[in-house]
Design a protein around this ligand. Structure first.
Ligand code: NAX
Length: 327
């Protein structure tokens, strides 16, 4: 049988953590033949550490055959030791009266510390997914704080936006979501992201021709996907958790086990693809094979798409410029 791999999860006692850990431990992320050791990080606060203890008791009580070990940590320097996969979920939420700049600064502090810790103690091949918001900028900060690790191993989660877009398209066309291929979401995980079905097919038929309604694309589809997070908060009184955890599982599973040629969306550091400046953590269509992602290249970018891409890029460049002095 396979040797266990180490999976670090931060914010492990939070709501996404609660929807995520049991699925990782059951083998849904890395495969039903891959044992895992969970290295769970929470803030030192007594309430958070107690909640983490409770989550660990429940994990134990599942008696998952693939769960080879569970550790509780309050320090990233021990939590990330030798870790092969790191899911950075914990972040500082925006509090009452907090300005955007304060939020960026608070998170810059967290992700600088965590990036440095990964740099110091993680597996040299660690694969990092940042879920905590602002996800792209937090991933950028972690990457910049870990100069000894491959920059390409730092990624941000846009998979929830991708899955949301897919489900809207399935509903509009009356077809099953499983039939969708070649969907892309460009840019920032924020309402500025650009969900793009120009290349998509569903059961082999072009989605654009099936829908054939540019007005719907611009005035219904894009705002619905962009504001879905807010709609869930309004309905549930809490932000998306199970769907966010599911997207994190999808992202890591596809990265580790491959997509068999299928496109998925990942936020990854640009190498200049599609005119995005180098190192910007940007949502791109990718395929995955042998544990590596590859950006889908050579797609035509029409005028409307260029406008959308520039808008989300500008937001990201501003966010990243806003934290440069902190790195
Ligand atoms: P919760 O507030 O339920 O849980 C967050 C947990 O992280 C808390 O238990 C907290 O103690 C812990 N934490 C905070 N700072 C930490 C640190 N420095 N080290 C370790 N743990 C720390 O939030 P939850 O609903 O789980 O959401 C987590 C993050 O995901 C938020 O930043 C949220 O905005 C973000 N999201 C990102 C999404 C995406 O698509 N990229 C979608 C869902 C979600 O909104």
């Amino acid at each position: 049988s396979k040797k266990p791999v180490r999976v670090a999860v931060t914010g492990a006692a939070g709501q996404i953590g609660y929807a995520l850990l049991f699925r990782i431990a059951s083998g849904e992320m890395l495969g039903k033949d891959q044992p895992v050791i969970l290295q769970l990080l929470e803030i030192p606060d007594e309430k958070a550490q107690n909640a983490l203890k409770g989550v660990i008791m429940e994990l134990e009580d599942c008696a998952f055959p693939l769960l080879a070990g569970i550790e509780a940590h309050s320090d990233p320097m021990t939590a990330f030791k030798d870790t092969d996969y790191a899911l950075l979920v914990g972040a500082r939420p925006r509090g009452p009266g907090m300005e955007r700049a304060d939020l960026l600064a608070a998170n810059a502090q967290i992700f600088t510390v965590q990036g440095k810790a990964l740099n110091a103690v993680a597996s040299r091949n660690v694969r990092v997914l940042v879920v905590g918001n602002p996800a792209n900028t937090n991933a950028y900060i972690a990457m910049k704080s870990a100069p000894d690790l491959p920059a390409k191993n730092f990624t941000a989660m846009l998979r929830l936006d991708h899955n949301r877009a897919a489900s809207q398209i399935a509903a509009k066309t009356g077809k099953a979501v499983a039939g969708i291929e070649k969907l892309a979401v460009w840019g920032n995980h924020s309402p500025t992201m650009y969900a793009d079905y120009r290349f998509a097919t569903i059961d082999g038929q072009p989605v654009k021709a099936l829908i054939n309604d540019e007005e719907w694309n611009r005035n219904t589809f894009l705002p619905t996907v962009g504001k879905r997070g807010a709609a869930i908060i309004a309905a549930r009184g809490l932000s998306s958790a199970a769907s966010a955890a599911n997207a994190a599982i999808d992202h890591m599973r596809d990265w580790a086990l491959g997509t068999q040629g299928k496109w998925v969306t990942m936020g990854v550091p640009s190498n200049g693809e599609y005119g995005i400046p180098k190192e910007v953590m940007f949502g791109y269509p990718v395929t995955c094979e042998n544990g590596e992602y590859k950006i889908v290249e050579g797609l035509e970018i029409d005028e409307f798409s260029r406008e959308c891409i520039n808008k989300t890029l500008n937001e990201l460049t501003e966010e990243q410029a806003g934290v440069k002095h902190l790195l």
